[in-house]
Design a protein around this ligand. Structure first.
Ligand code: SAM
Length: 360
């Protein structure tokens, strides 16, 4: 039958049981005991993952509902390790090869982050603090997760355009957008939290972004403040549950509830409609909106975009990123618009990136 826990199992025993139960679930017909239903094995797994890794039952259950058991475990295991440190060469002030050469001269071991980015570098070893080198202080690079390059690449802002970043602090993506615009045009850099504005201004100024206008509104009010259809492109890197960046913030494992996820989704839906309303479909860009989160929850991702598809005359297109898993079109009892397959999901265990979602 499905293994039962002992009174005081040590972590090793729990870990062994997790592996055993996941193996049974992956080949249930052949390996399960006739007296134990699938639900019993799943419940065992959720409880053991809670005890071993520190997840609450809600989040562990959500992960096992999202991915097949062995893969869900691989994700949970990958979330235990932090992603490699990465940085973005700031093309407003330098070139990737010059940033790399300067840091190598300081003893830093690094490489291009992958064939998919022209500006990202991954750091293997740094004998100096990367946030305090003369090159950093001079704005030659920004420290940011590799996944955070993706939404900006999908947005594809061009020099001379009007672009809005609705939720910008601390400004990693906004400064990347400014670099892609070559400082020509207007970049509205908005952030609702007044306390986080200082980091935005400091980063934009250090990185030499001069086309940015920093503002402090609730993103939902921006169509009223800036005017509907005022922009060629908009980025909504939405506030989210952070369930894709557990390695960075382990507190997420035990603290999120289903109510938190729906609360995030509610705000995300309203912000996404605002982003869409800011963009002019008649723009030469065609009117581009990119929605991203560092959450793996379907409620905050496909479900939010699907809502916008019903409320506005928009469609999901290929984000042009060339990798990542397709967005889901079926999940539990839900059926999403087929174009959601163009959205992209990124996972720590498959891409060595933070858990991330991008839809264009
Ligand atoms: N794009 C940023 C970057 O790359 O550095 C990260 C943005 S973070 C994921 C989401 C941000 O949304 C937070 O700074 C949060 O304060 C802000 N936020 C929360 N509610 C908001 C709202 N209603 N309108 C605009 N921003 C909001």
């Amino acid at each position: 039958p499905c293994p039962t826990p002992g009174e005081a199992d040590d972590p090793k025993t729990i870990r062994r049981r997790i592996a055993e139960v996941a193996r049974v679930l992956d080949d249930f017909g052949a390996l399960s005991h006739p007296a134990s239903p699938r639900a019993a094995y799943l419940a065992r797994l959720v409880e053991d993952v809670g005890a071993y890794y520190g997840y609450n039952a809600f989040l562990a259950g959500a992960i096992f509902a999202l991915l097949p058991p062995a893969e869900a475990l691989a994700l949970i295991e990958a979330q235990e390790a932090r992603r490699p440190t990465t940085l973005r060469a700031n093309t407003l002030k330098s070139r990737r090869r010059d940033v790399a050469a300067a840091l190598i001269a300081r003893g830093v071991a690094l490489d291009p982050v992958g064939p998919w980015s022209k500006v990202g570098l991954v750091v293997y070893e740094a004998p100096v603090p990367l946030g305090a080198t003369p090159e950093y202080l001079a704005g030659h690079y920004m420290l940011q997760g590799a996944a955070s390059l993706l939404p900006v690449m999908a947005l594809g802002a061009q020099p001379g355009e009007t672009v809005v970043d609705l939720a910008a602090a601390p400004g990693g993506k906004a400064s990347h957008i400014g670099a892609m615009m070559k400082n020509r045009g207007v970049l509205w850099v908005n952030e609702a939290s007044a306390g986080r504005l200082r980091s935005v201004s400091a980063n934009l100024s250090r990185l030499g972004v001069t086309c940015g206008v920093v503002c402090n509104y609730d993103g939902r009010d921006l169509p009223r403040v800036l005017g509907e259809r005022c922009a060629d492109r908009a980025l909504l890197d939405a506030p989210c549950s952070g369930t894709g960046v557990v390695a960075k913030d382990p507190g997420v494992k035990g603290s999120k509830s289903q109510a938190d996820i729906w609360r995030c989704a509610h705000l995300q839906k309203a912000l996404l409609l605002a982003a869409i309303d800011l963009v002019d479909a008649g723009s030469p860009s065609g009117g581009v909106v990119v929605y991203s989160t560092c959450s793996i929850m379907v409620e905050e991702n496909e479900n939010v975009v699907n809502y916008a598809l019903r409320k506005r005359h928009v469609r999901v297109v290929d984000a042009g990123l060339g990798f990542g898993r397709p967005g889901l079109v079926r999940w539990r009892e839900h059926r999403f618009h087929p174009s959601l397959a163009h959205a992209r999901r990124f996972y720590p265990h498959t891409h060595n990136l933070d858990g991330f979602f991008v839809a264009k």
